[in-house]
Design a binder for this molecule. Structure first.
Ligand SMILES: Nc1ncnc2c1ncn2[C@@H]1O[C@H](COP(=O)(O)OP(=O)(O)OP(=O)(O)O)[C@@H](O)[C@H]1O
Ligand SMILES: [Mg+2]
Length: 350
C-alpha cells in the first residue's frame, strides 16, 4: 500500500469509527477508550531480554560486514505455540528499535530497513518470493518464473536497501510439504542469507513445527539463532503470572484483584490458556473488561469464569474456573458439546 492509499484508508476508518461513536452511549464510548488503553499495554518478561539480545546480534552482525564480515548466523528463529505472543513481541521490538526506522535516501525514496510479512499459504517457493517482493514494495506485472522471482527479489532487496526481513507464520513450510520441497526451501533460505555483497538477515517466526525445518538442516542450524517462547507451567511460572495478572488488573485496568492472585486461580488460569502467555493475558483482560462492563471495581474468580465462557463458548460443566476437577478439562474441547449436538442433529436428519 502506498502513502496515498494509506491516508485514504485512515480517513475512511476515521469516518466509520466516528459514526460508530455517535451511535454509542457515552459510558460505552468511555469504556471503549479504556479498553483500547488496556489492550495496548505490552507486558514484558524475561523473554523480551532474550529477544532483545538476539536482535542486537542480528543488527550488529549486519554492520560487521562493513569492517570485515557478518556473522555466519544471519537468521533468527522465534518458535512458540499459537498464542504464546511471538507476533506481538517481534512487532513490539521492531517498533522500538531505531535501527529499523524508515529513512529517506538521496534519491527521495523511502527506505524501510526491515520489512515484515506473513508467509503465504500454501507455501510454495514462488509464492514466497512474490509475497516478499510485494512486501518490499515492488509491483509485479505479469507472469514470472520461480527462479526469476528469486533473482528479482535478491536484486530488489539490495536496490531498496532492505537489510532485514521478518517472515511470520513460517510453519506453513512444514504442513503438507514433501521432504524434497522442504529441502528446496531450506536451500533457498540459505541462499537468501548469502546474497553476494548484501548482508541480509532474516527473522522467521512460527509454531513449533517450524523447528522441524531446522532439525534436519544442519547447515541452516549453523547459520541461525533460536529464541523459544516456551509454554507457561505451574508452579514454575506462578510468580510471573501473578505479577502479569496483577499488573493488568490493577495498573492497566485500575481495578482491585480480589481472590484471583492465589496459587489455585493462577494454576487454573495457566491451564485455561494452555500455557500460552498471550492467551493468558487475553483471559485476564477479558475478566477485567467483564468487571468494567458490570460497573464493579474488583476482578474476582467469577469474572474469570464469565470471561472463560465468553472466550471459549463452553458450558458451565466444562468451565475451568467453575468445576472441581478442572485439571481434567481440556480447554481445546470447549466447543466439543456443541459439535456433538450438531453431529447428533445431522444423524437425526439423515
Ligand atoms: N507481551 C505481551 N503483552 C501484552 N499482550 C500480549 C503480549 N503477548 C501477546 N499478547 C496478547 O496475546 C495475543 C496473542 O499473541 P500473538 O498473536 O502475538 O501470539 P502468536 O504467538 O503470534 O500466535 P499465533 O502463532 O497464533 O500467531 C495478542 O493479540 C495480544 O493481545
Ligand atoms: Mg502470530
Amino acid at each position: 500500500m502506498d502513502h496515498h492509499q494509506h491516508e485514504q484508508q485512515q480517513q475512511g476508518l476515521g469516518e466509520a469509527l466516528g459514526r460508530l461513536r455517535s451511535a454509542m452511549a457515552p459510558e460505552a464510548v468511555a469504556r471503549a477508550e479504556r479498553l483500547g488503553r488496556i489492550n495496548r499495554a505490552y507486558v514484558r518478561t524475561g523473554r523480551d531480554k532474550q529477544l532483545a539480545a538476539a536482535f542486537d546480534s542480528l543488527v550488529e552482525s549486519a554492520l560487521a560486514s562493513e569492517s570485515g564480515q557478518s556473522s555466519k548466523r544471519r537468521a533468527l528463529f522465534v518458535v512458540g505455540d499459537s498464542g504464546s505472543g511471538k507476533t506481538t513481541a517481534i512487532q513490539k521490538h521492531i517498533s522500538e528499535r531505531r535501527e529499523f526506522d524508515a529513512w529517506v535516501a538521496e534519491d527521495g525514496e523511502v527506505v524501510r530497513p526491515l520489512v515484515s510479512f506473513e508467509a503465504p499459504k500454501p507455501l510454495t517457493l514462488k509464492l514466497l518470493a512474490t509475497k516478499a517482493l510485494e512486501a518490499i514494495g515492488y509491483k509485479l506485472h505479469g507472469h514470472i518464473q520461480e527462479n526469476q522471482a528469486w533473482d528479482l527479489l535478491k536484486r530488489q532487496l539490495r536496490e531498496r536497501r532492505v537489510l532485514f526481513l521478518h517472515i511470520d507464520e513460517m510453519q506453513h513450510v512444514i504442513r503438507g510439504n514433501k521432504e524434497a520441497a522442504i529441502q528446496n526451501l531450506a536451500d533457498t533460505v540459505k541462499s537468501l542469507l548469502q546474497i553476494p555483497g548484501w548482508p541480509l538477515h532474516v527473522i522467521f517466526s512460527g509454531v513449533p513445527s517450524l523447528a522441524k525445518f531446522l532439525r534436519h538442516e544442519t547447515q541452516l542450524r549453523n547459520r541461525s539463532l533460536v529464541v523459544r517462547f516456551d509454554p507457561l507451567a505451574f508452579p514454575e511460572h506462578a510468580t510471573l503470572v501473578r505479577a502479569c495478572a496483577g499488573r493488568i488488573i490493577e495498573s492497566d485496568a485500575g481495578l482491585k484483584a480480589e481472590g484471583v492472585l492465589e496459587d489455585e486461580v493462577l494454576h487454573r488460569l495457566i491451564h485455561a490458556s494452555e500455557g500460552a502467555f498471550g492467551t493468558l493475558i487475553q483471559f485476564v483482560r477479558a475478566a477485567a473488561e467483564d468487571m468494567l462492563r458490570s460497573g464493579g471495581d474488583a476482578v474476582t474468580p467469577a469474572s474469570f469464569a464469565r470471561a472463560y465462557r465468553l472466550l471459549t463458548g463452553c458450558p458451565d460443566s466444562q468451565n475451568v474456573f467453575l468445576v472441581a476437577d478442572w485439571l481434567s478439562v481440556e480447554p481445546a474441547n470447549a466447543l466439543a458439546s456443541l459439535i456433538e449436538e450438531y453431529d447428533r442433529s445431522q444423524e437425526g436428519s439423515r
